[in-house]
Design a protein around this ligand. Structure first.
Ligand code: GDD
Ligand code: MN
Length: 406
């Protein structure tokens, strides 16, 4: 094999305890490779206790011997490399090491456990050749893609996390930003400074390169058949941290390109949601305090501030908290500091109307779920969350006349 070949593709495959998969995967990839380009397969192993690294090492030596014996054998269009790392420091650092130790113009990242079927690799290569400056993503969530073998809980977790990322971090243009299968130009991944720990390197690249075109190729993600997943609570925690860091990144970057402006919009959206919920909680407290202090306490007949029938007291409490919610939201959440009587009164009426709609939605969802045998406590959480979020959007759009995403 000559080393003068210019490497077109580097396929980076991080491994930790993948001895049952890795050699079979390498041979499947090789079988499917197009002959026109030179590809290197870079296995990045974190000193796997099951000997994955050694296995690959032996395989490479065997191949080298074979090539030396067969003089005049047709030039291989593929070479396997192994990068040994000394400690298990996570997926992202492993990938970055693989990138450093490779030279292909295009970098492809994939899992070792056959979750990413080797047959999609040629498709990704073709696509990447047609769009050399794009990020090509193997996608589970575009038409034609799917997930096989995940339990309901993991599916829910994944789509929830994707939704959070897409909306919260403004990568809505990509359906599967959490995919572990993607191809991109080397400069892109080399020059990015990775701040987060954990699994989702593509997400970070997408958040920090909003202007790079993307293209999603559908594929069927098959849960691993051999070996164990490294996904655990630590990984989930790191994901939560990563989202937070990337979110802060969005808040801090003060550039004024159009993309950044859009980005800022969704960041504002999130922080306004946060304020809205905070105001909501303050409303609960005010509601409780007013209802409590106004009522003549029936049980203990302690007279606190006044002597109102408890049901009346509670209605007054609700009304006052609704009003305080309105003013806090106007002043703080939506930063609307105009207080002339006419428009304020109109906003106030609209606010109450929207709150009533929210209440109706909440009751409707609750009724529907409970009637369909979802436990009451779960139905309540879903109903309240959905209703208050819809409420927020309605108030944002119709009461304070803001764009939903600004
Ligand atoms: N070198 C190294 N070091 N490799 C690792 C490490 C590590 O610390 N942790 C995991 N890997 C390797 C695994 O050997 C496998 O090849 C790949 O990274 C993915 O790990 P899995 O344990 O199979 O992850 P998963 O299937 O739960 O999660 C995946 O699902 C995502 C899709 O939602 C990850 O594979 C993502 O890449 C993928 O996007
Ligand atoms: Mn896996």
């Amino acid at each position: 094999m000559s080393n003068s070949n210019i490497v077109t593709f580097s396929i980076i495959i991080p491994t930790y305890n993948e001895s049952e998969n890795i050699l079979r995967l390498i041979s499947e990839i090789e079988k499917n490779l197009p002959t026109s380009d030179f590809t290197e397969i870079v296995i990045v192993d974190d000193d796997s206790p099951d000997g994955t690294g050694k296995l690959v090492e032996n395989y490479i030596n065997q191949q080298n011997n074979k090539n030396q014996k067969e003089v005049g054998a047709k030039t291989a269009n593929c070479k396997v490399k192994i990068v040994h790392r000394t400690g298990k420091t996570g997926l992202i650092p492993a990938i970055m090491d693989g990138v450093k130790q490779s030279s292909g113009r295009t970098v492809i990242v994939m899992d070792a456990d056959f979750s990413h079927p080797p047959e999609v690799i040629p498709k990704m290569m073709l696509e990447s050749k047609m769009n050399p400056n794009s990020i090509i993503i193997g996608s589970r969530y575009v038409e034609g893609g799917k997930v096989v073998g995940w339990p309901k809980k993991r599916k829910l977790l994944s789509s929830g996390a994707s939704f959070l990322a897409r909306v919260g971090l403004n990568v809505r243009r990509v359906k599967d930003p959490m995919s572990g299968l993607f191809a991109l130009p080397r400069e892109l991944i080399e020059n990015i400074s990775i701040d987060t720990k954990g699994y989702k390197i593509l997400l970070e690249i997408l958040v920090k390169n909003k202007e790079i075109p993307t293209k999603e190729i559908p594929f069927t993600f098959i849960d691993r058949r051999s070996g164990k997943s490294k996904m655990d609570n630590g990984v989930i925690l790191n994901y939560a941290k990563a989202i937070w860091q990337l979110y802060r990144h969005g808040q801090k970057s003060g550039h004024v390109t159009i993309d950044e402006k859009v980005n800022k919009g969704s960041v504002l959206f999130l922080s306004k949601v946060g304020r809205y919920y905070t105001v909501g909680i303050s409303g609960l407290i005010i509601n409780y305090l007013v209802s409590f202090l106004l009522a003549n306490d029936v049980a203990n007949s302690i007279r606190l501030l006044s002597n109102v029938w408890y049901l009346e007291a509670s209605i007054i409490g609700a009304a006052i908290s609704l009003t305080s919610n309105f003013f806090f939201n106007k002043y703080w959440t939506f930063e609307d500091r105009r207080f002339d009587l006419g428009s304020t009164a109109k906003q106030y009426a609209s606010f109450i109307g929207m709150s009533a709609i929210g209440l109706i939605i909440q009751i409707a969802i609750l009724y529907f779920m409970v009637e369909n045998f979802v436990p009451y406590r779960i139905s309540l959480i879903v109903a309240i969350t959905v209703a208050t979020t819809i409420n927020f959007i309605l108030i944002k759009k119709f009461t304070f006349k803001e764009k939903v995403w600004a």
